[in-house]
Ligand binder design. Structure first.
Ligand code: HEC
Ligand code: HEC
Length: 268
């Protein structure tokens, strides 16, 4: 009776009555499974580049999530995640994070083990057997990146099929050679001349590799990894970020460069 009255009052005054409907337990369940990978289970984030949400105001959190969902606030990772939240999910997670106590500035949460862990290993024979299908200049970071696909990925692209299990895509990230003014030196082919290899990023898929990944982040059976020049897994990589950003590409094998791969292998 009292709740109804309050709800009616909120409605009459045009105030949001979401707070009445928020389900903290449902909010916590969603946070534990998905948001915790980056914002921590209690809203204390896992890295310096991800905001803490603990103790933030409920309405602020709701408004940000709505803006990230409809795209008026832009962030590739959060647009992909918020786009999958219902209005109820938004009020539940916002109420949950608002109810957590704020953190000290230096506190950090650990990565979620199932999302930090990748099943991938550096392919022993790389680049043997791989097709180099694309190059991109990155002016902001003065890098040039080379894109490679293994025979499974090449065959799928050639036949216009989904890139399936057994596929391996590798990206070499190089620092560009710089001139005396510290500007990248452009080669005759329109790409920066490569200097030192900095690291690799990669994605690969095998049966069962998606099973520990929650639906909101899962990319079929794809896993992601980054490697040092010594071909070791790079420390501190949060696979959740890779999964979140590539997630909306479910119609193109979760690949941003599928068109380039297809064009390169069909031309051969
Ligand atoms: C893969 C990492 C990742 C996951 C998982 C993730 N977030 Fe985020 N979130 C981010 C990043 C990065 C930002 C900063 C976006 C920006 O700079 O605009 C952010 C920003 C936000 C903001 C805005 C904060 C502010 O201060 O304005 C909210 C709210 C938020 N996330 C809620 C959530 C919720 C709820 C979930 C789970 C359903 C979630 N996030 C899952 C990475 C993540
Ligand atoms: C903010 C969004 C974003 C995040 C986060 C992200 N990627 Fe990507 N990824 C891209 C874009 C855009 C491309 C297209 C070309 C490029 O920018 O390199 C790409 C391309 C790739 C490719 C080449 C195949 C393809 O999909 O076209 C690989 C491999 C890759 N990313 C691996 C990773 C790994 C590993 C991580 C996590 C460590 C990661 N990505 C995180 C946006 C993202």
């Amino acid at each position: 009776m009292r709740l109804t009255l309050l709800a009616t009052l909120c409605f009459t005054l045009g105030l949001p009555d979401l707070a009445l409907a928020a389900d903290l337990a449902a909010g916590k369940a969603k946070v534990d499974m998905v948001c915790a990978a980056c914002h921590g289970a209690n809203g204390v984030s896992v890295s310096d580049t991800i905001p803490n949400l603990a103790g933030q105001k409920t309405v602020y959190l709701e408004n940000q999530l709505k803006a990230l969902k409809d795209g008026s606030r832009k962030n590739a990772i959060m647009n992909a995640i918020a786009g999958q939240l219902s209005t109820d999910d938004i009020s539940n997670v916002a109420a949950f994070f608002a109810a957590q106590s704020g953190a000290t500035p230096t506190a950090k949460s650990a990565l979620l083990p199932n999302l930090a862990k990748s099943n991938m290993a550096f392919p022993a024979d790389f680049p043997k057997g791989y097709t180099k299908y694309h190059t991109i200049n990155f002016p902001a970071t003065k890098q040039v990146r080379y894109y490679y696909a293994n025979p499974v990925a090449v065959a799928a692209a050639k036949e216009g099929r989904e890139v399936g299990n057994g596929a391996y895509l590798m990206v070499e990230v190089y620092a560009a050679k710089l001139d005396a003014d510290k500007k990248p030196i452009m080669g005759a082919d329109g790409y920066y001349e490569a200097d030192k290899l900095l690291f690799y990023t990669a994605m690969a898929r095998e049966a069962g590799w998606g099973q520990d990944i929650p639906d909101m982040l899962r990319n079929a059976e794809w896993n992601y990894s980054a490697y040092t020049v010594a071909k070791q897994a790079r420390a501190g990589v949060n696979q959740a970020e890779c999964l979140a950003c590539h997630k909306p590409l479910d119609q193109s094998s979760y690949m941003f460069t599928i068109k380039e791969l297809t064009a390169a292998v069909k031309a051969k």
